[in-house]
Design a protein around this ligand. Structure first.
Ligand code: ATP
Length: 134
């Protein structure tokens, strides 16, 4: 089986690096399945999961948005934050979810705060959902 190199990098450093058969994720333009030899492209990523398939094994990484760069032999994901499913602290994500929901319930918040709480909520929900896929 042909493979493609994948690296997931955040401002804190690399989070994941491997050779895989397929990378699947959701870009802002829709679902993307990337196989070795894919045409070069760059796409923004939403808060979501990246699925990595290799040798009958599937791994999941939670990403909080960023940029996907595809070259025929390499996929690079540059994310603001990213966690491999096993390394997600579910309790922490549940607390973050609670906090964000509380902020969203509070009235007379500025638009900026509202957006920020909404993004925090999305990150937390995404982490919880990716942790369940391990
Ligand atoms: P929190 O309020 O819990 O910090 P957050 O969404 O504000 O959540 P981020 O700013 O996205 O957190 O991430 C900060 C750092 O903490 C990143 O390195 C991220 O990978 C890590 N991180 C955040 N939440 C979790 C989690 N539930 N499990 C593991 N790592 C996490």
């Amino acid at each position: 089986m042909k493979t493609i190199k994948v690296s997931v990098v955040t401002p804190d450093g690399p989070v994941y690096e491997s050779d895989v058969e397929m990378v699947s994720t959701k870009a802002q333009s829709g679902e993307l399945g990337i196989l070795p030899g894919h045409i070069p492209m760059v796409a923004p990523l939403q808060i979501g999961s990246v699925r990595l398939k290799n040798g009958g094994k599937t791994e999941y990484v939670a990403v909080s948005g960023g940029l996907l760069e595809v070259r025929p032999d390499q996929v690079s994901i540059l994310a603001q934050s990213a966690e491999v499913s096993d390394s997600i602290d579910v309790e922490r994500a549940l607390r973050a979810k609670e906090r964000a929901e509380e902020r969203l319930r509070e009235q007379q918040r500025s638009h900026v705060d509202f957006k920020r709480a909404e993004m925090a909520l999305q990150r937390a929900i995404n982490r919880i959902s990716v942790s369940e896929k391990r």
